[in-house]
Design a protein around this ligand. Structure first.
Ligand SMILES: *Cc1c(COP(=O)(O)O)cnc(C)c1O
Length: 381
């Protein structure tokens, strides 16, 4: 089976992890700050705060901004549920904005129509690895005095008008889940130039306690204070060692993802029945996902039929995403319903994510291409 996404782990990664297992520090030790520093250097920010998932990174960002009950945060409808969930964690209300039909990225014009006196922030999602229109979003957020947050869980290594993802918003969240650009098993990072907010997030990830176990140990002291309500969102030294090793390989991972995407785009632009998403000229895409829209009328059995036929040919495809406001939890808790974000809802019905990952062989890539061409050719006769 060709998977839709897969991690790449080599002997260097394994050695880095084993080395930590033989050391004194398994959780917060020297590897955490080393990984944070290396990551901040890659995205060009002053600060990077490591946490144990992309979801924790989003939650920490909401906490750092002081989002709370009575507040609203605008999120796109086309994203993973965690983008909206982090708002709910803080007792605030996510407000769903519709997306651009070509790229499925949050539409700045839609964001503007959703702003109220309660709006505290907007979270842009770099869906598939394509940076949102940050200059447009920044001018809207500045005009209304609200914060701009980026969910760049798809976009490590992407750039917008020459500036890297991670440096485009007040706070940016990344994930290191195995299907993402680099992995630590589970893990996440928040990048920012706001030193105070970084401090707040370092408290937040460790129970709101003002000094770490390692610091106390080094100072020969037992005393600590809990100054805020935090969580245990710490990333381990084991994970950070893997992260440091993976980060070194990011340029190669990106190069391969872009090669595969370029080949798909070239071929699928002339295969009837599938249409790649549109890409703006002012970005460098990171291609976490390669999403195409199916012309359902030309596809026997619709998207389910396409799914089944790909599966029969040994290819696993996926759908990213069910619009968040359509999930039962949001319908019940926030009274959301179909019709709220018509573009996301309509496009959702015909999107499919094709396999793309750095270790993908040319042969597997060509197998995906011929399978798609075959499925649509047979439908036309
Ligand atoms: C992966 C992902 C997350 C959550 O990251 P985890 O590390 O799985 O918690 C959030 N938002 C988007 C867009 C993602 O793709």
């Amino acid at each position: 089976m060709i998977p839709y996404g897969k991690q790449s782990i080599d002997e260097d990664d394994i050695r880095a992890v084993v080395e930590v297992l033989r050391s004194d520090w398994l959780t917060t030790g020297p590897r955490v700050s080393e990984f944070e520093q290396a990551f901040a250097d890659v995205v060009g920010t002053k600060e990077a705060v490591a946490v144990n998932s992309g979801t924790a990174a989003l939650h920490a960002a909401m906490f750092a901004l002081g989002v709370g009950p009575g507040d609203e945060v605008i999120v796109p409808a086309m994203t993973f549920a965690a983008t909206a969930n982090c708002v709910v964690f803080q007792g605030a209300t996510p407000v769903f904005a519709d997306v651009d039909p070509g790229s499925l990225l949050i539409s700045p014009r839609q964001v503007e129509t959703k702003i109220t006196s309660r709006t505290r922030a907007v979270i842009a999602v770099d869906y598939t690895g394509h940076p949102a229109d940050y200059d447009a979003l920044r001018s809207i957020s500045d005009q209304h005095g609200i914060a701009l947050v980026a969910d760049a869980c798809h976009a490590l290594g992407a750039s917008y008008r020459g500036r890297p993802a991670g440096s485009l918003a007040d706070l940016t969240a990344f994930s290191f889940h195995p299907v993402k650009h680099i992995t630590t098993g589970e893990g996440g990072m928040v990048t920012t130039n706001h030193v105070e907010m970084a401090k707040k997030m370092r408290l937040f990830r460790s129970h709101g306690i003002s000094s770490g176990f390692r610091e106390r140990e080094q100072q020969g002291s037992w005393y600590y204070e809990m100054v805020d309500l935090g969580f245990n969102y710490r990333m381990t030294d084991i994970q950070c060692a893997l992260g440091i090793s993976q980060l070194r390989k990011l340029p190669g991972f990106l190069k391969r993802r872009r090669e595969i995407a370029d080949r798909y785009t070239k071929v699928f632009s002339s295969v009837c029945g599938v249409q790649p998403l549109s890409v703006r000229e002012d970005v460098q895409h990171a291609y976490h996902l390669y999403v195409v829209k199916l012309h359902l009328a030309q596809c026997e059995g619709g998207r389910e039929g396409f799914f089944r036929k790909m599966q029969e040919r040994g290819i696993r495809v996926n759908v990213h995403y069910i619009p968040v406001h359509l999930h039962p939890f949001y319908r019940k808790r926030f009274n959301t319903a179909p019709g709220l974000c018509p573009v996301a809802e309509e496009e959702y019905e015909r999107i499919v994510s094709l396999p793309i990952y750095p270790a993908m062989k040319d042969g597997d890539m060509e197998k995906v291409i011929s399978a798609v061409a075959e499925i649509f050719a047979s439908n036309r006769t």
